[in-house]
Design a protein around this ligand. Sequence first.
Ligand code: GP9
Ligand code: MN
Length: 620
Amino acid sequence: MIKKIIHLPIYIIASILFGLKTLLVYAFVFDMSIDNPMQAILFILNPFISAFVFFALSIWLKGKYQKLFICMGALVGSIIIWANTMFYRDFTDFITIPVMFQANNAGDVTNSISTLFHPSDPLLFIDVILIFFLSFKREAANYVRKKKSSIFALSAAILVANLLLAQVARPNLYTNVFDREDFVKNIGLFNYHMYDIALQAFTTSQIAFADGTKISEIRDYVKDVKSEEQSELFGIAKDRNLIFISLESIQSFVMKNEVNGEEITPFLNNLIDDSYYFENFYHQVAQGKTSDSEFLVENSLYPLPGGAVFFLRAQNEYNAMPEILGQQGYYSAVFHANNKSFWNRNNMYDTLGFKNFFDETAYQITEENSIGWGLKDKSFFTQSIKYLQELPKPFYSKFITLTNHHPYELGKEDASIEPYDSESTTLNQYFQTVRYTDEAVEQFFEQLKQSGLYENSIIVLMGDHYGISEYENEALGQYLEQEITPYDHIQLQRVPFFIHIPGEEGKVVSKIAGQIDVKPTLLHLLGVDTERDIGFGTDLLAENRKEFIAFRDGSFVSDDYVYTNETCYEQGTGSILSENTGMKNSVCEPIKEKVMQELNYSDEIVYGDLFRFYDFQSRD
Ligand code: GP9
Ligand code: MN
C-alpha cells in the first residue's frame, strides 16, 4: 500500500500530505464549530481540494521547475499555515491583509512571536521535508497535453464544487460575511486568503479613486439638514458615565403588550415613566444586523447596501463616539460575551476608538450559564459589573445582550411566561426570551444601584433590529390580530429606545426617530458640540428634526408618509396614495429623492474613506 502511494505522481503525494497536515491544524489548533453535515464534509475535504488545485498546476512545468514548484509551494503554504497558527493563538482569528499592515498589530505579533511559538510547531513542516525528499529522489514526470487538460479540468471542477457547496452549508457566505471562521471551515484557509486579497485590492482601488473634494459638498448638505436649534437639555449629563445597552432583537411591538394575559416586558414598561422614551424609533440596519446598528450609533452614518461595513471598511477613518468622547476624557469599553472576531469587532472596535473589549474570554461560560448563542444575559451582566466598577471614570460602556437571539432558546428554569401558541416556534419562544432579557436588564439596574454607579450615569437602551422576520408574518399577524401589509411591516421595524437619566423625569417622545440620530442626541446630552461633525442624524431632543427616517433599501417614513415597495402610503392610516407610479406624480417623490441622495452621500463617505480629507478639529 505504502509502496503504491509512494509511486503516485508527486503532485498527488504532495496534495495528500499537505492536505492532511492542514486538516490536522484545523482540528487541533483552530477552534471551529461545525453546524451541519455538509459543513463537516467540506471541513474534511477542503484542505485536500485546495492542495490538489495548487499542486496540480505543476504538471504544466517541465523538469526541475516542476519539482521546484511543488517544493516551494509546500514550503510557502506551510509558512502561511504556521503564521496563521501563531496569530490564532494570540487573537483567536485568522490573518487578514489589513491586519498584517496595521502597525500596532504587526508590532504585537513580532514582539510575541517567541511567546506564541509552540514546541510542536516544527511538526508543521514534516510534510515539506517528505515532499522535498520524495521529489528529488525521482525524475520529474512528463505529461502529455491531453492528460494535462483533463487534470486541469478536474481541479477546476472540484474547486467550483467546493465553492458552491460552501454556499449550501452556509447560505450567503460570499455576500454576507459574519465571521472569518465561516470561510475557513467551508472553503478553506487558502481560498479564504485569496478572497481577502481580492477584497482588499477592490477596496484599495475604490479608495484610491475617491474624489476628495466631495466631502465639502457633503459637509454643506449636512449643515443644512442638521437641526438649527440645540436641545434645552444640552450638557445635562455632562461628565456622567454613559452606559449603553444594546437589546438583541427586541422590537417595540412587545412593549406594553401581553401574551397569555402576562406582561412581556414589565421592567421596560415601567422604565418608560422615568425616561425619555421614543415610541416611534426605527432600526435602520441592513445585512450587518447588530454590527450595522453599532455602526449607525457610533457614527451617525448608514450601513452599506450589501455586506457588513464592519467587515468591508474596518480600516477607514471615522469620527466615532468612543473617539470623540475619548477627547473629552472618557474611557470606553464594550462588553459582549461572544467570539471577538464575530462581525470583525476586534478590528472595527480599534478603528472606532474603543479602548477595551470584554469578549467571551473575559467571562466564565459553562453549560449551566449558557444557552443558544452563549452566555445568558443575567450571568453576562452579573459577571460584567466587577469590570465596570474598575473602569476609569467617566466611561462610555456598551453592553450587547445575546439571549434574545434567534432561535430564541431558553431552558424551562429561566422561562417566566408560557410560550405563545402559533405555527411559528420562533414567535412562540420569542416572547419568553424577550421577557428573560427584560428581567436581566432589571437585575442589571439593581446591580448598578448597589455598585454606586447608577447615580452618576445615564443609561441608554436600544433594540438593535427586528427579531421576527417577514417569514413569520402569518403568526405575527395572528398575535397582533391583523393582516400585515408592507405598510405595517415598516411600522414593525420600530425598536425601543430609552434615555434614562437618574434624577431627571423624562417623557414619551412621539416624533419619528431612528438609530442614525443616537450619536448627536447622546453627545449633546453629554455637552459635546457636534457642529464640525459629519453625520446624518439630528438631536432627538431638539425641537425640529429632518423630515424622514431612511431605510437602507430606500424605503422611508416621514411625519406624513410611508414609502416602501414602490408604494406611497399615508402615515397613520396606511391608505395607499400612489402605487408603482415611477413616483413622478407621487407626494412621496420629493422625499424619496432626498433619501436617495443622503444614502448615496453616506456610501460615498464610507466607500471612498472620505473622512481622511476632512479635519474634524478645525474651527472654520
Ligand atoms: C453576535 C451578536 C448577534 O455577536 O451580536 O449578532 P446578529 O446576528 O444579531 O447580527
Ligand atoms: Mn443582533
